[in-house]
Design a protein around this ligand. Sequence first.
Ligand code: COA
Length: 265
Amino acid sequence: MNYTTILTALDNGIFTITINRPDKLNALNAEVFNDLDKVIDEVGGNNDIKTVIITGAGPKAFVAGADITEFNGLSKDEAMALAKRGQDVFFKIENSKKPIVAAVNGFALGGGCELAMACHFRLCSENAKFGQPEVNLGLIPGYGGTQRLTQLIGKGKSMELQMTANMLGAAEALQLGLVNYVTSPETLLEKTKELLTLIQSKAPIAVGKIIECVNVAVVSDSAYTNGKSGYDKEIESFGDCFVTEDMKEGTTAFLEKRKAAFKGK
Ligand code: COA
């Protein structure tokens, strides 16, 4: 298959997907989402692929977020469609019957943290940094982050991280259960492959059923939102942010490389 923004390699059943925009810290633009969408279909349809690694190109970033340049001028409806698109692709990853593991090799911010959290579990290198800094842009996470971060690290810490935009280092991510292992940058892929080789020796149908059942265990409670899921609520709230002055100020300030001045409007 031909992809423009990702690299793929198959080695002993382990399929490595590398997000490949290192000059933009692997930020997720529409093309990356198209490629991820297609490559997960390839994973499902290719019997030679047994397990999958998602990682980022270059030494600095896994993925530094959604591509902020694409936020410019979006209407509320367009913003909601963007969030829906991101959520759909990430659901596809989360619901893959074949294990998909994130090897986080640097910044995993915003959509990058959300991508890692959509994977079945995560390893990271010592230089990894996790965070949901959307509030700096006058925004909230839109690709499932409000839900999955809460599922993974609990309500209080999830609230704090999203409200402060603070980043977590590798040791804290390990302590909170956001990642399962921390390695040196040089041994990250090796350790990930070691675990996947072990998983590949187990019964594949049973492994697929574990994914299905664990995913059911963490489905969000819809009691707060009139029957809508937390993910639907996130799309709506993400859209609401796009009609605020603060969102325009936040994204413009990032692109102009200055600090945002928010007014609460
Ligand atoms: N969207 C678009 N471009 C991005 C990006 C994003 N999310 N994150 C980084 N980039 C671009 C930068 O604009 C820069 O491009 P340029 O060289 O053309 O100016 C390039 O990637 C390198 O990033 P830079 O900011 O210069 O690196 P840094 O080491 O100084 O800072 C970060 C690294 C990760 C702290 C910083 O890039 C950052 O804060 N990124 C945005 C994180 C974010 O808010 N993500 C959530 C988005 S919803």
